[in-house]
Design a protein. Structure first.
Length: 284
């Protein structure tokens, strides 16, 4: 069976042709699209976000590590596809094997870089939209400053201000905002100061009318401290795994682009079975 060999173009001195942006951009968009699809699956099965809130999911260390491993898998799959496309679509060039391999790998790394920028921009836009949605539409000045507290210790705030019948003329929105800022200090080295604790007891009693305000405040402070520490641990684990995923994605993009270049030049032929690529006919 006759095979079609790609025709190599001699290397030129003009460095404008060193990088072929068409394959790079195509690979970057393919990597970003596949990454979006895989992250959508992660959202569906609960691996996309690690939360310490006890209101909707478990937050064990094993689940956090599993979420991080899924990040690594997503990066390797997405950047592998994007890098391979860039290497396979790039026009073949005549030169030494080391030079051709380096150029193919460079195109793969460029795919990784552009896709990372696209992902960062999309993440920033998503974070901005979520912040606007989480911000209260009204209320006294400063009520929007507890968005972080509402996202992190919302259940603890609910527990603190739970009441069967709330007194009239009580601004619950600002009370939650103020209480959240106080509770966020519970994870510090000195914890909640005695003055803040006493004020929080008075605030809870005024908002809820509960006779056990002091006991409730002590319980919520302990719960908030534990939840914030869990959030920090989760953040450290996921940040480390995200960095590992980025580095693994860069390496996979490089080698995938080199593999695509070998298939493009006919040095190896993609296998139709679950195995390694086999040498092309006539290749040594």
């Amino acid at each position: 069976m006759a095979t079609t060999e790609s025709v190599a173009v001699p290397l030129k001195n003009d460095r404008v042709h060193y990088i072929q942006w068409g394959p790079v951009v195509a690979g970057a968009f393919a990597a970003a699209a596949l990454s979006f699809v895989l992250h959508s699956f992660a959202v569906a099965i609960g691996l996309a976000v690690s939360s310490t809130a006890p209101t909707w999911r478990d937050s064990s260390a094993l689940l956090q590590i599993l979420s991080g491993l899924y990040l690594v898998f997503t990066a390797m799959a997405a950047f592998g596809v994007g890098g391979y496309m860039a290497g396979r679509l790039r026009a073949p060039l005549a030169g030494s094997a080391e030079e051709v391999e380096f150029r193919d790998g460079t195109h793969g790394v460029l795919v990784w870089a552009i896709a990372m920028v696209l992902t960062a921009v999309l993440a920033w836009m998503t974070a901005q939209s979520l912040t606007r949605l989480a911000a209260p539409s009204g209320g006294p000045p400063g009520s929007a400053q507890s968005i972080g507290g509402e996202n992190l210790i919302a259940y603890d705030l609910d527990h603190l201000f739970r009441a069967e019948q709330r007194p009239q003329n009580v601004d619950l929105t600002y009370a939650r905002s103020e209480a959240a800022r106080i509770l966020l200090t519970s994870a510090g080295h000195s914890g909640v100061s005695p003055e803040d604790r006493a004020y929080l007891v008075r605030l809870t009693a005024r908002v809820t009318g509960a006779p056990d305000a002091e006991k409730r405040v002590d319980t919520v402070i302990a719960e908030a401290r534990d939840n914030i520490r869990k959030a920090r641990r989760s953040g450290v684990i996921l940040s480390f795994m995200a960095g590992a995923a980025a580095l693994a994605g860069a390496a996979v993009a490089w080698f995938a682009a080199c593999t695509g270049g070998e298939h493009r030049d006919g040095k190896t032929v993609p296998s139709t079975s679950w195995g390694f690529a086999r040498p092309a006919r006539g290749a040594r």
